[in-house]
Design a protein around this ligand. Structure first.
Ligand SMILES: [Zn+2]
Length: 731
């Protein structure tokens, strides 16, 4: 979801008019704007009419004369009196009904549902501004003034809704910990609450300081031990005879050190794990893709000329990110007791950064193009194209079985980058100093990542700024803890929120949103069928099938209804935050490795944090996932009026559906498998319509920035179509 969703919602009226003519999926319709923004009164009208009927019906029944009046017909005078009484009664009732009708016509919003919905809307409106002068300020001014945290660039209603949910979880965890929580809890929920306490207990964390982390560094065999014991120099200058044991130990030393990093869920040189097969979405596959660098995004490493370790070492040239890394490395060395001014120490660090730089720039253009290339090779082919690593040994150890050489392996960003990585590794393997650089680089990534859980008193320098890239600023500690906990306790943590909201209420809410999602899916299918973009029957069939096949996960996974499943998570709590974090996240990673031979469970959610994450679309399984911390007010609630639920969660559901048609989505067919699903003609037509969006969006921005418009293209289309489909269902 992007900020544009907010922008689109905020300038509903104006933009619907202009965007509707550009919508690639729908014909243009202007009339909807007024009725949509006017939805409150339309809904209220309906509500009032039905309550009026109900009320008059009840009142006529309750004021009906006693039974004898209708049955007493013994004399005419009595009958006349009765008739007069009846006429008067009818007159009074009718007058009352008309008066009530008129009254409710002018004051139609009387139900609690309507009043609360209207109040929420009004709170967000700035009535001091004329909507015709500045619709955005009119529609959202109240919200901006009261609740927007302008410190965050990406602040939006969804974020705000999740933050509110997280705050409530935090309060409940406090109560679980101090014993004042009144609802029943299971072991998983109690373990999550305990770990939250560990995470926020800064006194203990400061007391512990770096002790546990230093022990962890020792377990990895220390950082740059070669510089401490001087073996490196001896081996480089003399031919040293190795005994058999030493030869054996060194045979897989690179693979072993990478495995030890993976064991702690850190992924240097490359990422490997078990994921859904893009070519057969019912099965899992060992999957490998490029590593992410230590600092910042890969494009920050690009530089216009070839960089050398000397340039990094000299701090004179090179991209700013490598200069910063050198300083970070030297500060880390000082923490571990090295003399950071020592030339050898500095040069070793420069060589590690040079390795990071080489790997990063040799990577595929994935990060630039944001387009995945997916290739499946056999293990023996992988060994041929990337021989510097013994893949059979490495992957067999990783997944815990002796793999065959015909084992299929998916390379998620194509095959170009991995031979380059292999040649970089090969070159380093040729000397002991090269091996030392390689091993220490792997360790650097591992110890740096987990430094995020250590909280010493003194946190000066660039090192700690870099660490905060993983851990967030001190002011965001609570959010950092909740997010990390949600990865380690994916069921137990959101379960706490489910209990606070009331299990019954949440279940009803989930059902209501499932119903909204069903209706959006139907409407979406109609839209796609009637769109002139998919002119040939084959493409039309594929896209319609894709929409109709889309799985919708709403709320939370089935396992969250089981105390037994949640209690399994309790073992992830250890006696210190450091080990809870390190071992907790690694156990989640290892569990996912166990899926290799299992078919994809169609009921399994895709994320490791299924109920505390953002709404998402998953290409390879053709599904959307709307976690339940987004299914709350103002997005949806069973006590909120329908139109507001459609405008809120309905728009988001429509947005996620639309990702089926984005750059990557177009490549995945009705079951999620990769392939060619669109005819060239349909592709061309869609591209042409995309250009309209790019131009329109660039025009909306003062900068007329075409690149930014291209960058956000598919989010903008998704925001727009999401809003449109939700509206179409509601009218
Ligand atoms: Zn999106």
């Amino acid at each position: 979801m992007t900020r544009l969703l907010e922008k689109l919602q905020r300038s509903l009226s104006h933009e619907m008019r202009s965007y509707s003519s550009l919508n690639p999926l729908l014909p243009s319709e202007d009339h909807q704007i007024q009725s949509f923004s006017n939805g409150v009164s339309l809904e209220e009208g309906k509500q009032a009419t039905s309550s009026l009927l109900r009320d008059t019906g009840q009142s006529s029944r309750s004021h009906r004369p006693p039974k004898e009046a209708t049955t007493s017909h013994s004399s005419s005078s009595k009958g006349c009196l009765l008739l007069t009484t009846l006429v008067v009664f009818l007159f009074v009732t009718l007058s009352f009904a008309i008066a009530t009708f008129l009254y409710y016509q002018t004051l139609p919003c009387t139900s609690e549902k309507c009043v609360m919905t209207a109040a929420r809307l009004l709170k967000r409106v700035d009535q001091s501004v004329e909507p015709c002068d500045d619709f955005y300020q009119f529609a959202c001014g109240g919200w901006i003034n009261q609740s927007v945290n302008l410190k965050y660039d990406s602040w939006n209603t969804l974020y705000e809704t999740q933050r509110t949910a997280h705050d409530q979880i935090v309060q409940a965890m406090h109560r679980i910990n101090d014993g004042s929580y009144t609802l029943p809890t299971n072991d998983g929920e109690r373990a999550a609450a305990k770990m939250y306490e560990q995470c926020m207990d800064t006194d203990t964390l400061e007391q512990t300081g770096l002790t546990l982390w230093e022990r962890f560094v020792d377990e990895l065999g220390g950082w740059m031990p070669e510089l401490k014991n001087g073996f490196l120099e001896q081996e480089e200058s003399f031919e040293i005879e190795l005994d058999e044991d030493e030869k054996k130990r060194r045979r897989f030393e690179i693979e072993d050190i990478i495995l030890s990093a993976f064991n702690y869920s850190v992924f240097p040189l490359f990422w490997a794990g078990v994921e859904v097969n893009y070519l057969d979405s019912k099965r899992h596959l060992i999957t490998i893709y490029e590593q992410l660098p230590i600092l910042l995004s890969p494009e920050k490493y690009h530089y216009d000329k070839e960089l050398t370790p000397e340039m990094i070492f000299g701090k004179l040239e090179g991209p700013p990110v490598t200069r910063a890394l050198q300083q970070v490395g030297e500060e880390l060395a000082a923490v571990l007791g090295f003399d950071s001014t020592d030339e050898k120490v500095r040069m070793m660090i420069a060589n590690m950064i040079y390795l990071e730089y080489q790997i990063t720039i040799a990577g595929s253009t994935f990060y630039k193009e944001k387009k995945e290339r997916y290739t499946v090779v056999q293990l023996r082919e992988l060994q041929e194209i990337a021989p510097a690593i013994n893949w059979h040994y490495f992957l067999s150890r990783l997944v815990g079985e002796n793999l065959s050489f015909s084992e299929p392996i998916a390379l998620k960003t194509g095959t170009q980058w991995i031979p380059i990585l292999s040649s970089i590794v090969q070159k380093l393997k040729e000397s002991r100093s090269g091996v030392a650089v390689l091993k220490n680089y792997v360790k650097w990534k591992t110890i740096m990542f987990h430094l995020a859980y250590a909280t010493p008193k003194c946190k000066d320098g660039l090192l700690w700024m870099a660490v905060s890239l993983y851990s967030g600023a001190a002011s965001q500690r609570k959010e950092f803890c909740v997010l990390r906990l949600s990865g380690i306790f994916p069921l137990s943590l959101p379960s706490i929120l489910r209990k606070i909201d009331g299990i019954d209420h949440t279940e009803k809410n989930v059902k209501a949103v499932q119903n909204i999602a069903d209706r959006i899916q139907e409407k979406y299918s109609e839209m796609v069928q009637s769109s002139n973009l998919f002119s040939d029957p084959e493409t039309r069939k594929n896209v319609v099938e894709k929409v109709e096949n889309m799985t919708k996960f709403i709320g939370y996974p089935d396992a969250m209804r089981s105390d037994f499943e949640m209690e399994k998570e309790a073992v992830r709590l250890h006696d210190s935050l450091f080990w809870s974090m390190v071992l907790g996240s690694s156990s989640v990673y290892k569990e996912r490795l166990q899926r290799l031979r299992l078919p994809v469970n169609p009921r399994d959610w895709v994320d490791t944090r299924p109920a505390i994450s953002v709404p998402a679309h998953n290409y390879e399984r053709n599904l959307i996932q709307i976690p339940f911390d987004s299914l709350r007010l103002p997005y949806s609630d069973e006590h909120q009026m329908d139109f507001a639920n459609y405008a809120g969660i309905g728009t988001i559901i429509g947005h996620e559906f639309t990702h089926a048609f984005d750059g990557q989505g177009k490549l995945h067919g009705p079951t999620g498998n990769l392939g060619v699903w669109w005819s060239q003609d349909s592709q061309r037509k869609f591209k042409t319509r995309e250009q309209c969006f790019i131009k329109q969006y660039a025009g909306l921005m003062d900068s007329h920035d075409m690149n930014a418009a291209k960058e956000g293209l598919y989010e903008n289309i998704a925001d727009h179509v999401g809003l449109k489909v939700a509206y179409e269902v509601k009218i």
